[in-house]
Design a protein around this ligand. Structure first.
Ligand code: SF4
Length: 1008
């Protein structure tokens, strides 16, 4: 049923228009402008992005920190007057917030600019970022630790002290997993499960404080379930695909090695032509603010970009071309483009023929590929065929597992010894006395691309052959200054890994990695984890072992989990390549007690039942049963969908009251930000209040106890909560002398470097490391005070490119990946799926979305494909608490194409019901009829339809709490999403990278 709307609690004095005028963020404002205002009516600040600084502010009013209203991690310039946070803008030193001016000159401040000269400079920030003030001053935030007094989810709570909270939680943990039992095996007949320490799990939805949580729960407690984070509901499969492309057989992620790089992004400002597949940089990709602005400059520079997306989103609205693809068919379009590129020999042959770094260096190429490496088809002991690289050992019988190439003059050679190999080649080899067909990785790709005609690809993806070919033709016509990018659109399908591989290898064919205008792996930042203090080292630490509750990073076979291997299908699926975990499998695993029961679950920044496809039903059925989950502790600033079911809620601070050192995501500029509290007090002295008035101003003290008190003084930052729990449990790694560091930099001999009693102790360690490493590398003499006064350490504008590499002139990125790019994903080709028992393909191809057992998703009476999307005015599921952002669009809609709506006689504003095979009761919302959606597709935005987050009353200490029903406005589509046929308590999922599927659900729509 549609929820009753109550907007009475929203700030009535601030209209949509005045808020937009106040933002001064071109990217964000422009994205919503066509909906609410005409650009001719907009204030100059909106058109230029030049938000004039306040004439009464002084340098002392400005503090720099980091935004976390979405995951872009922009720099924040916070203005604080008399201890009150009054305005948030972008940090002008930070690469996300200022890049180039319209005349293409650097606009970002050089790092050497003094803070007193910089304080009138304002970086750009989106409307979500500016609304962060309302996250701090949210009147509904929990103010004290809460203990459940009714049954779970009864909404009845009692306030308790922190001391009581820590003591009682520790007592419960000690009872459930007694200290004397912790090192005993969960099941002596299945030692692979590990010890009972693994029955405590820490599940952060998102976290930028992993060094601390790993210190406490991995090293201090010793659970393999120390970081069950959210990435699989975001983009995990994209990461894993990129890691397969950059695979290091000697890596450390699992027994087959590991990936070097998890993400590629276009160097937008240096490029000429970009195709975005299911990526929405003007609205939702990250870092959105930097990318959106770069893209507008890119257009002014004459660049062209294409948006491949079923929905006409704000990126499509500014694109040169919108390509409304059928959801889940991106690989068909990309493979069709690859087939045209191969057929027309429009790839970079010399680049692809290089076999090693030495060969690439001779050509001035920063990267090389496996295109010439031979891949053999072998048979296992059950005569099942699989593929893997042919090795030197196979061919020459010497102890070398390196790859082999063929050259017309030199014949078979180790790739490391050869300069060049033949690209398109196959042969029969005798290996181990058996005939083995061996083909180059390039030929495998070519055959995969040629397995269908372009007309067949066109029929699958709904894009004409002419468009497919013209995209390919244009893509190869810009040298290295073109890029094909993908994000959640192609990836959040059961076939997402192959969708991404196909798209990414468009880049490989033109060899654009590390080139200006091509693909960047990001410039990275300076190390804050070691140098002076080793954040990941403790005295008396545990080593973890065993299987995770989500079965990530473990191979399901008789070698790795001998006593758990029961043939195919496995009782629940396993995910050996899920390097980023499997968030959607946590609660189903707990529900099934597979592979073992979990006794304690501690969550942080986690909205599992809201965010996971089909998650609410499974969550409620699982956590309502205290036998299945005896203790649930939520670390959260509000009573959200997870915390509502908790036994204890530990009230966390919000991001403007925290410490961390987030990197700058996927920019060509190097940098590490420093996140610090901008409200609250140190040792009772208020931040933002001058020293003369008893405060600490915009500085951070380094003497004294330096205990940080947040704006709500009886809340604690998550760092302090981890430390408090660790102390209550008597874990090592916290307390007096707990911080260790090398006796001299670089030494392996560790000595005590300080105490760890609170978050500021931790922050000082981070700053010491960051300062030392950045000073050693780039800025000699850099002080901690300088880092704090600029919000981190950043390189200078203008340092993005270099004209020389290995003695060759060219247009290169300054910060390069500089290693191998692989067409053939050898590790997965040697691995059997835990459900079907089939070997995975090692090369990209198109396959239809399917259930885990391989059955097609044939919900025949459901005729529309459901997609979701993110809006520029919201970040994930947490910004419904910000009234300004809800005012921009108070509820969301069921979007339907005009063509489909006409047939169903649906008009904008009609109440419509959307149902799926997994949710026949469905959800009801308001229709919005649009020309901007491919017919056959229904689109519902994320962010809305919360049922907690203070959208309903709870009862604390016998009194009903205030609430704001407008926080629960709108509808939430994840509850419609398709369950897997074989494992019905989990959604459809991509089996290799472990992303859950968001876009493979078929729905019906009818007037309600
Ligand atoms: S893009 Fe994200 S991180 Fe940047 S200002 Fe907006 S909400 Fe904050």
């Amino acid at each position: 049923m549609q929820k009753e709307k109550d907007c009475s609690s929203l700030n009535p004095s601030l209209t949509r228009r005045t808020f937009l005028q106040a933002t001064g963020a071109l990217a964000s404002a422009a994205m919503v402008s066509e909906v609410f205002i005409k650009s001719s009516e907009a204030a100059p600040a909106i058109l230029t992005g030049q938000n004039p600084s306040d004439t009464i502010e002084t340098a002392d009013d400005i503090l720099y920190t980091v935004c976390q209203m979405c995951h872009s991690r922009c720099g924040v310039r916070a203005k604080v007057k008399e201890g009150i946070l009054v305005k948030l803008d972008g940090n002008p030193y930070h690469p996300n917030n200022l890049d180039v001016a319209e005349d293409y000159t650097p606009a970002r401040l050089p790092y050497g600019t003094s803070p007193s000269a910089a304080f009138k400079s304002i970086g750009r920030m989106c409307l979500k970022g500016q609304s962060g003030i309302q996250t701090v001053y949210d009147p509904y935030r929990i103010q004290h630790p809460l203990k459940r007094v009714g049954s779970r989810n009864s909404g009845r709570w009692q306030t308790i002290s922190w001391e009581q909270a820590f003591r009682e939680i520790a007592d419960r943990i000690n009872l459930l997993i007694p200290p004397g039992d912790r090192d005993k095996l969960i099941d002596p007949s299945r030692p692979e499960l590990g010890t009972k320490r693994n029955q405590l799990a820490f599940a952060p939805g998102r976290s930028v404080e992993k060094e601390m949580s790993e210190r406490v729960w991995k090293l201090g407690w010793g659970t393999v379930n120390h970081t069950l984070d959210h990435t699989s509901i975001c983009e995990a499969t994209r990461h894993v695909a990129n890691e397969l492309i950059t695979w290091d057989p000697k890596g450390s992620h699992n027994s087959l090695g590991g990936g070097r790089i998890e993400g590629w992004q276009a160097d937008i400002l240096g490029s000429q032509y970009i195709i975005f597949f299911g990526a929405n940089p003007c609205e939702a990709d990250f870092p959105m603010v930097g990318m959106a602005r770069d893209l507008m400059q890119f257009k002014r520079n004459g660049g062209k970009f294409v948006a491949v997306d079923p929905r006409f989103n704000n990126t499509a609205a500014r694109a040169n071309q919108w390509v409304p693809i059928i959801p889940g068919t991106d690989a068909a379009l990309a493979m069709g483009m690859i087939s045209w590129i191969l057929e027309n020999r429009a790839y970079k042959t010399p680049y692809l023929e290089n076999t090693s770094k030495a060969a690439a260096d001779l050509d001035g190429e920063p990267t090389w590929t496996d295109a010439t490496y031979l891949v053999g088809t072998f048979a296992d002991s059950e005569r099942r065929q699989f593929q893997r690289y042919v090795t030197v050992r196979d061919v020459f019988g010497i102890a070398d597992d390196g790859p082999v190439v063929w050259h017309p003059t030199n014949g078979l050679q180790a790739a490391a010894a050869a300069q060049h190999g033949t690209l398109d080649f196959e042969t029969i080899l005798t290996i181990g006395g058996k005939s083995v067909t061996a083909k180059t990785a390039f030929r495998l790709l070519s055959q995969a691309a040629g397995s269908m005609t372009r007309q067949q690809y066109s029929t699958i993806c709904g894009i004409s052959v002419a468009t497919m070919e013209s995209l390919a033709r244009e893509f190869v016509s810009h040298g290295r200054k073109a890029a094909a990018m993908s994000y959640r659109g192609p990836v959040k399908h059961t076939n997402g890994l192959y969708n991404h591989l196909a798209i990414q290898h468009l880049n490989t064919l033109i060899g654009n990695y590390d080139y200006k205008g091509g693909c960047t792996a990001g410039a990275g930042g300076w190390n804050h984890k070691s140098g002076i203090v080793e954040l990941g080292k403790i005295t008396g630490g545990k080593s973890v072992s065993g299987v995770r509750i989500d079965r990530a990073k473990t191979f399901y076979n008789a070698v790795e989990v001998k006593n758990l291997f029961t043939g195919y299908p496995a009782r629940r699926p396993w995910f050996p390549f899920a390097i980023h975990g499997n968030f959607q499998e946590i609660i189903p695993g707990i529900q099934d007690g597979y592979p073992y029961p979990i006794k304690v679950l501690i969550t942080y920044w986690n909205a599992w039942p809201y965010s996971v496809p089909g998650g609410r039903k499974v969550w409620e059925a699982t956590v309502a049963d205290e036998a299945k989950l005896p203790l649930l502790v939520a670390i959260s600033p509000v009573i959200g969908e997870v915390a509502a079911w908790a036994d204890y809620i530990l009230p966390d601070t919000v991001y403007l009251e925290k410490f961390s050192a987030p990197g700058v995501p996927w920019r060509v500029n190097k940098g590490t930000s420093f996140q610090r509290p901008v409200v609250g007090a140190f040792d009772g002295k208020k931040i933002g209040v001058s020293a003369a008035s008893g405060g600490v101003g915009n500085t951070m003290p380094t003497a004294g106890k330096n205990d940080y008190s947040p704006a709500l003084p009886d809340t604690k930052s998550v760092l302090d909560i981890h430390i408090g729990l660790a102390k209550a449990l008597g874990l090592p790694g916290v307390g007096d002398g707990a911080l260790l560091g090398p006796i001299v930099p670089g030494s392996s001999e560790l000595v005590t470097r300080g105490h760890l009693h609170n978050s500021w102790d931790w922050a000082k360690a981070i700053l010491a490391n960051l300062g030392y490493n950045a000073a050693t590398d780039k800025y000699p003499g850099l002080s901690i005070e300088e880092i704090l006064s600029k919000g981190g350490v950043f390189d200078n504008p203008g340092e993005e490119y270099t004209g020389m590499y290995q003695g060759h002139t060219g247009e290169y990125l300054t910060h390069r990946y500089g290693d191998i790019i692989r067409f053939f994903a050898d590790p997965i080709a040697r691995t059997r799926d835990s459900v079907t028992g089939q070997y995975y393909s090692g090369v990209p191809h198109y396959e239809a979305p399917k259930h885990s057992d391989g059955a097609s998703i044939s919900d025949t009476s459901y005729t529309y494909r459901l997609i979701t999307y993110k809006l520029v005015n919201h970040g994930q599921g947490r910004t419904n608490i910000n009234p300004w952002l809800m005012l921009v669009m108070p509820e969301n809609f069921v979007e339907i194409s005009a063509a489909d709506a006409a047939g169903l006689q649906i008009e904008t504003g009609d109440l419509v019901k959307v149902t799926s095979a997994s949710n026949t009761n469905g959800i009801t919302g308001k229709a919005r009829v649009t020309q901007g959606l491919r017919p056959g597709v229904i689109a519902i935005s994320h962010h809305y339809g919360h049922w907690e987050q203070h959208s309903r009353p709870h009862n604390i200490d016998g009194k009903p709490t205030l609430y704001d029903a407008s926080r629960g406005a709108g509808i939430q589509a994840t509850q419609l999403m398709r369950a897997d046929a074989r494992y019905p308590n989990v959604s459809l999922q991509e089996p290799i990278g472990a992303s859950c599927s968001f876009y493979d659900t078929w729905v019906k729509i009818a007037k309600a």
